[in-house]
Design a binder for this molecule. Structure first.
Ligand SMILES: Nc1ncnc2c1ncn2[C@@H]1O[C@H](COP(=O)(O)OP(=O)(O)OP(=O)(O)O)[C@@H](O)[C@H]1O
Ligand SMILES: [Mg+2]
Length: 612
């Protein structure tokens, strides 16, 4: 509005100088010229009347006296005779124009001879003009003159012509009009001029108001449209007429092109698997792409317009990288690990300076690459390598150990035959036999690595397999007051698995869960189906002691155990069986809170989850 006002004010000033000032100036000169013209015309008229009297006199004053046969008489009588001779014509001329004063003056007699109209001015007859009256100048120089001022009859314009006979000035004739009459006429004329100027001014103001209104309205339309466009890039100007319409169309075309460019770059940004974020020079987040939202588990709405220190508060690693970036030190492919919702995410972090077309820094571009999958695959490969070595080793040992064990079992039974029922040595044989069972079990598990039994796949309900397994482990669970809950998805499709081997997986994980719970706790088994990836997820969550993060990478290694009597083979075997099933096992854990193992199985036979 302020700009619109300024524009209007500017236009009015321009119009004032281009229209109003010329009207005023020309009005002033017009009135001045009209006044001069009126005065000139007045003078011409007054001189005209004087000339009439001059013509009427024909000869000299003395000629009149001679004609009348009057000689040697006194001055007063001469004046009377001459007045009588000239008075009638003087009055006749004086009466043709109201306000006119006219008369003859005699140089010789130095007296006014006539002054018409007589009824008004007869008192002045015979009087001399006062000293300094321009009448004397006229009689002296023989030149016409105009005198304006307070003269015989008051303030007047007095036009005087000399009466020249035989190259001698014998007097003068004046013809005058009261200044008040002339001024009345001038002011009458000036009124007309001023009225005309006023009308001109008024109409020019009115015109400039309408003109500026139209221009200002058009400019305001464009201004409002641009502000709408600023808020919403898809805004388009409605069709407008004239040049403004052309401007609006040009802006529409431009914003269309900008929009296309924006969509283009947005689709590039959103389709890249890399996370992209931009910060302005103040460190405020300005752009976030979909991949960055997914990687950091945030929404654009939550973080845009916030400072990076606030956004990355939980991840001090990222915040300090950005601190250094704003100090001019940029990173290329810096590997960092952050924890998001109990999961460790590995990121490759790159910071680049964002420059504008003039090469000035506008902020910082952050590129994030998710390394978590790669890391997991690396870990799987590492684990598989270790399993292969252990498997070969185990096969050799298992063969060597199983035969002596069979012999020991046989001889132990032979020995026990001789003991009476109450013989305390029976306890020793029981312990020996129990330990032999443990060793046999260990050998079974070890042998699984070297020669895994070929799986017998069958289409079966996973829920059925889980329920049968729960029956098996029921007793040790009850012993420790562990509640087992199930949360089964109703639309879980059947899976193709080896039920016996899969039960082994479940037993190994469930036993660990029971062992992790101190006195009492809960284990929850949850199933879900993910149609997009065509996989089933089974989660086994316990409220046990949890696993320290440094143990997590080694959990599936054979012989990794933290238990006094553990073999460290439970999870290794589970992992191996799941590998044969083209499945995968993942773990999330918080020390003191509990652990959640997630098993993923493909429902398409032969399909590998990792490759989907
Ligand atoms: N649910 C769990 N809660 C806490 N720690 C666990 C859990 N599951 C596994 N662990 C840890 O992982 C280690 C390896 O487990 P794994 O089942 O492979 O061997 P183990 O239980 O120690 O021995 P085994 O199963 O042969 O008796 C365990 O010793 C334990 O430290
Ligand atoms: Mg175990």
């Amino acid at each position: 509005m302020f700009t619109a006002m300024t524009l209007r004010a500017r236009l009015i000033i321009i119009l004032f100088f281009t229209v109003t000032v010329p009207i005023l100036v020309s009005g002033y000169f017009m009135s001045d010229q009209a006044e001069n013209a009126l005065l000139k015309e007045k003078q011409a008229k007054l001189f005209g009347y004087a000339r009439l009297l001059d013509v009427h006199l024909e000869g000299t004053y003395n000629d009149i006296l001679v004609n009348k046969g009057i000689f040697n008489i006194d001055k007063d009588t001469k004046i009377k005779v001459l007045n009588a001779a000239l008075r009638d014509y003087t009055d006749q001329v004086a009466n043709t124009h109201p306000g006119l004063g006219i008369g003859y003056y005699s140089k010789e007699l130095d007296a006014i001879l006539t002054y018409g109209p007589s009824e008004e001015f007869s008192d002045y007859i015979g009087q001399s003009i006062f000293h300094g009256h321009e009448g004397y100048t006229v009689m002296k120089t023989g030149e016409e003159m105009v005198q304006i001022g307070k003269l015989v009859r008051g303030p007047i314009m007095n036009c005087m012509i000399p009466i020249i006979r035989n190259e001698e000035v014998i007097g003068y004739i004046w013809s005058n009009e009261l200044l008040s009459d002339i001024e009345a006429q001038i002011s009458n004329m000036e009124d007309k001029v001023y009225n005309t100027i006023l009308i001109g001014l008024f109409s020019s103001l009115l015109l400039s108001y309408f003109l500026t209104s139209n221009i200002v309205r058009d400019v305001v339309t464009i201004k409002k449209g641009l502000s709408n466009l600023h808020k919403n890039m898809s805004y388009r100007f409605p069709p407008l007429r004239g040049e403004i319409g052309e401007i609006a169309r040009a802006i529409n075309d431009m914003s269309e092109a900008l929009n296309t460019m924006k969509l283009h770059s947005e689709s590039i940004a959103s389709s890249t698997p890399n996370g992209l974020l931009t910060l302005n020079n103040e460190g405020v987040v300005t752009i976030v792409n979909l991949s960055a939202e997914r990687l950091l588990n945030v929404t654009a709405k939550e973080i845009i317009d916030n400072h990076y220190r606030h956004v990355f508060q939980p991840w001090t690693g990222i915040a300090s990288i950005l601190d250094t970036a704003f100090n001019g030190e940029l990173y290329q492919n810096k590997e960092i690990a952050i924890d998001i919702h109990r999961r460790t995410i590995y990121l490759l972090f790159t910071t680049t300076a964002l420059l504008n077309t003039r090469g000035e820094q506008m902020g910082i571009l952050i590129i994030l690459r998710d390394l978590t999958e790669t890391k997991k695959l690396e870990e799987q490969v590492r684990r598989a390598d270790r399993l292969a070595i252990t498997g070969e080793l185990a096969a050799g040992i298992a063969h060597e150990v199983r035969n002596p064990l069979t012999a020991i079992t046989g001889y132990l039974q032979l020995l026990a035959v001789d003991f009476a029922n109450d013989d305390p040595r029976n306890e020793f044989t029981r312990i020996i036999s129990q330990e032999i069972d443990r060793l046999n079990n260990l050998i079974d598990q070890l042998l699984y690595f070297s020669r895994p039994l070929p799986p017998q796949f069958m289409q079966i309900s996973l829920h059925k397999v889980i329920e049968e397994t729960l029956l098996l482990i029921n007793s040790p669970a009850v012993l420790k007051e562990v509640t087992i809950d199930t949360d089964f998805s109703p639309d879980l499709p059947p899976v193709k698995i080896d039920a016996i081997q899969f039960k082994q997986v479940l037993i190994n994980i469930l036993l660990n869960a029971i062992q992790s719970i101190g006195n009492s706790g809960t284990i929850t088994l949850r199933t879900s189906y993910h149609s997009q990836t065509a996989q089933i997820r089974l989660q086994i969550e316990d409220s046990g002691c949890g696993i320290p993060p440094e143990h997590i990478p080694r959990l599936f290694d054979p012989f990794f155990t933290t238990k006094e009597k553990g073999t460290g083979l439970g999870l290794a075997v589970a992992d191996k069986i799941l590998e044969v099933h083209h499945g995968f096992i993942d773990v999330e854990s918080i020390v003191g809170k509990g652990t959640c193992f997630s098993i993923y199985l493909p429902i398409r036979s032969g399909g590998k989850i990792r490759e989907e």
